[in-house]
Write a protein that binds this ligand. Structure first.
Ligand code: ATP
Length: 366
């Protein structure tokens, strides 16, 4: 097991800066995810950890050992690629044993280690099967077994589930997590799928244009996004531009042009006092934090009247879109509590944004 320490890593390919000034410390045994849209530098970062690329500037350390320019085969990392990179004409045994052969492990030990790891990934009865005769999910398990059998210090997974259908992806998420916990291995996982990131990770780094926007636990990142990019990339949110007006007792007052009214925010864990009056910011509120009602909501702040423009039923929950004016539609999500609780399209409703559920955030840099 190993920690991974990246200090001020930059990677340039000609004119393209794929990763810029990245600092990251991944703890021993941690499940750490790089999350972000296509082209944001996740794979390049993973490849610098694996040794397939060397950084243009900065250092890669495992524990306290400088690995910056150590070649991949001397790093003791296990990697699972998006397309698995298995040898289709070889058997499951031959594929999994490959790394042990390269390391010149003797035949008896090799047999035992391959059998043990195949039991762990529940493929022991397929040991002599050709890889080309396996399903996608089974091939995924072979790729995992091949990475784990060398007893790596660090497991690197590059979008390992993207070729599987939704149900199998769900199953493999649990499977990967089970194996990771069993082996207690430091794991770095690359994905653009927020659900994978939220459900599997101890911590997540959210990337945009080669830079880390935010790093934290799934709950930190979901509940306290640092800017609009993170708020929109992870989960759904309602964003609106506002101008900071003033502080009034325990509340901060913002003016929203699109909502044509003041908005009150309670500073729960945010540092709004650091902003200056007149600052142009954004407010973000999650759809599940919004209350929708068809009765009048008196004596409350942050209440708007609108018309239900769309209702989307997803099974467990119901999304309601409420048009406040030409510019603004608010999205609210509630649990499905039976047909009598859904609104009809066209209904006039009141929308309430609780003061303590609103986050005030700056825009991400372009
Ligand atoms: P994806 O999810 O699509 O794999 P990513 O977040 O992993 O995307 P990277 O593959 O790390 O992104 O790419 C980051 C940027 O670096 C992109 O602009 C990409 O075009 C560029 N890039 C990556 N590898 C190379 C290379 N070998 N040569 C030139 N440019 C590259």
């Amino acid at each position: 097991m190993s920690t991974v320490n990246l200090s001020t890593i930059t990677k340039q390919f000609g004119d393209v800066t794929a990763v810029r000034n990245l600092d990251l410390l991944i703890e021993e045994g941690e499940f750490f995810t790089f999350l972000g849209p296509s082209g944001c530098g996740k794979t390049t970062t993973l490849r610098m950890i694996a040794g397939f690329y060397y950084p243009t500037r900065g250092k890669v350390k495992f524990n306290d050992k400088d690995m910056t320019t150590v070649p991949p085969e001397k790093r003791n990392t296990g990697m699972v690629f998006q397309n698995y990179a298995l040898f289709p004409h070889m058997t499951v045994f031959e594929n999994v044993a490959f790394g042990l052969k390269v390391r010149k492990v003797n035949k008896t030990d090799m047999r035992k280690r391959v059998e043990d790891v195949l039991k762990k990934v529940r493929l022991d009865s397929f040991i002599q099967r050709q890889v080309s005769q396996l399903s996608g999910g089974q091939q995924q398990r072979v790729a995992l077994a091949r990475a784990l059998v060398i007893e790596p210090d660090i497991l690197l997974l590059d979008e390992p589930l993207s070729n599987l259908d939704a149900r199998l992806r769900d199953e493999m998420r649990t499977e990967i997590l089970r194996l990771q916990r069993e082996y207690g291995i430091t794991t770095i996982y690359v994905t653009h799928d927020q659900v994978e990131a939220l459900t599997m990770s101890d911590r997540i780094a959210v990337f945009k244009d080669g830079e880390c926007q935010q790093m934290g636990t799934p709950t930190d990142i979901y509940n306290e996004p640092v800017n609009d990019f993170v708020a929109e990339f992870i989960g759904e949110t309602n964003l609106s531009p506002v101008t900071f007006k003033e502080k009034q007792e325990a509340e901060f007052i913002f003016h929203s042009e699109p909502l044509e009214s003041p908005i009150r925010v309670k500073d729960s864990k945010q540092n709004i006092a650091a902003y200056d009056e007149g600052d142009e910011l954004l407010i973000s509120i999650r759809p599940e934090a919004i209350h929708v009602s068809d009765t009048a909501l008196t004596d409350q702040h942050n209440v708007w009247t609108g018309e239900v423009s769309l209702v989307q039923f997803t099974g467990a929950s119901v999304h309601t879109f409420i048009k406040i004016n030409e510019e603004t539609t608010i999205r609210a999500t509630g649990l499905n509590q039976g047909p009598s609780t859904y609104f009809e399209e066209g209904t006039t409703v009141r929308v309430h944004m609780p003061e303590d559920q609103i986050r005030v955030i700056p825009r991400a840099r372009e």
